[in-house]
Ligand binder design. Sequence first.
Ligand code: HEC
Length: 120
Amino acid sequence: MKKVVLLPLLIVLSIYSIAEARVKVTGHGAKMNFSDESIPEIHKPAFDLLQVKCIKCHTLERTVIAVQTGIAPITGQPFNKQGVKAYGIKMLRKPNSEMNKKEIRDIVVLLNFLLDENTK
Ligand code: HEC
């Protein structure tokens, strides 16, 4: 009887500890975002940019999940540093993205930082 209780508890605890290691986020669903507290001053301008530019066509949930899981949620492509760069270029090429090269570069640097934080 005891074993039956203990096993689910162990599973819950191990999932919880994995979640703890991940980059800090706030909100759920469409309101999901990276936690402002976990962004160092140097990346704040890029974070501001992300919150304006990257919510034009979809919510930040997509970006947060990609960073957390390492997998781009729509195409299932790996969302690692190479993936981030490729995706940045893809965004830049979208006709109505309204982003320039420098903005994309800053956001790519920020996302790389968040990917690193997530694997710590
Ligand atoms: C012009 C509209 C537009 C803007 C602006 C935009 N996205 Fe997207 N995004 C899309 C579309 C459309 C998709 C669906 C898959 C695709 O076309 O790549 C997508 C998909 C994604 C995905 C999932 C990719 C995949 O392959 O599963 C991520 C992550 C993402 N966007 C992040 C961002 C970030 C970060 C920014 C800001 C730099 C951004 N998006 C800005 C339109 C946009």
